[in-house]
Unconditional design. Structure first.
Length: 315
């Protein structure tokens, strides 16, 4: 069962050898940051899809191993294409995340570096150690091409370490954790040992609906579509030994009537599938019986309306 936030009371003085620190995961949109966070935590807490800008919030994930507690912060991809209220909010989240951490993981696709990567790199100061995480190494055809690329990257920034890897490779994840550990200060853990995220189940329900929405509509639906949870109620199990019951109602917000029709699908088939896939995943994630209702509403221009952006939960 996914553990939500229950912050441990720091003891003030750490146990012998105990370490704990903040690690920001940054990079351009759709470079694999959320997949990396899920792998580092060991359980899915951040949604993924092929659509750029899937992550929209600062999401904290914890992994406690031995005497070390890693506190990872997944950030939205720094957005440069559209200067609307939503993207200004997302970029503010990125800037806030990199300002006060112990270590930064700058994620790029192995062998690649473009203007979008450069704009994220320009945000990073020189005072915080930064690891270059060259992700998606499994997709590189000629590994010999990586060495000269790494030399080129060293000229761009004084990276503390270079980590060519694949977030899908368990050995690579273990190696990355080992590298991160030495940059974390000796101090008491901030969270209980079994905590995985500081986000609530209500938030994770919203994100799961949004993930299924994007995955089942592909590139047809603009990334500005969002999800608002209208009801999240927990009821005790009907009988002893049964799972708890969660009743969820959510609204999918789109900008046009054509988008609404797209989400609903022919005879309601697509929204039904979004609901089914969300329910199945949430039941596994939250160890509960889940009932979910989905609605679709049109709110034209919401992504460029700062008040509405805030009302939908963006800072």
């Amino acid at each position: 069962m996914l553990k939500s936030m229950r912050m441990a009371s720091p003891a003030g003085t750490p146990a012998e050898g105990q370490r704990c620190g903040l690690i920001a995961i940054v990079g351009k949109p759709n470079v694999g940051k959320s997949t990396l966070l899920n792998a580092l935590v060991g359980q899915k807490i951040s949604i993924t899809s092929r659509k750029a800008q899937t992550t929209r919030h600062r999401i904290t994930g914890m992994h406690t191993q031995g005497t070390t507690q890693f506190v990872f912060v997944d950030t939205p991809g720094f957005q440069t294409r559209h200067n609307n209220a939503l993207n200004r909010s997302l970029n503010k989240t990125v800037l806030g995340a990199v300002a006060d951490v112990d270590l930064i993981l700058f994620v790029v696709e192995a062998g690649m570096f473009n203007q979008a990567d450069a704009k994220v790199l320009a945000l990073l100061g020189k005072d915080i150690p930064t690891l270059l995480v060259a992700n998606k190494l499994d997709q590189v055809n000629r590994r010999a091409d990586i060495a000269p690329w790494l030399q080129e990257m060293q000229q761009r920034h004084a990276f503390a370490e270079f980590v060519p890897m694949s977030a899908k490779n368990a050995k690579d994840i273990e190696r990355l954790l080992g590298l991160c550990e030495k940059y974390l200060p000796e101090q008491a853990w901030w969270y209980a040992q079994d905590e995985l995220t500081d986000r609530s189940e209500k938030f994770l329900a919203s994100e799961t609906v949004r993930e299924k929405l994007f995955r089942l509509t592909g590139d047809e639906l603009p990334y500005t579509s969002t999800v608002v949870i209208d009801k999240f109620e927990e009821e005790p199990p009907a009988r002893k030994g049964h799972k708890r019951l969660l009743k969820i109602a959510a609204t999918i917000v789109v900008e046009r009537d054509t988008h609404k029709a797209m989400v609903i699908g022919d005879k309601g088939e697509r929204i039904k599938r979004i609901g089914t896939e969300t329910r199945v995943e949430l039941e596994k994630l939250m160890d509960a019986k889940v009932f979910i209702e989905l609605w679709v509403k049109v709110r034209s221009g919401w992504a460029d309306d700062e008040a509405r952006v805030r009302s939908f939960g963006y800072q």
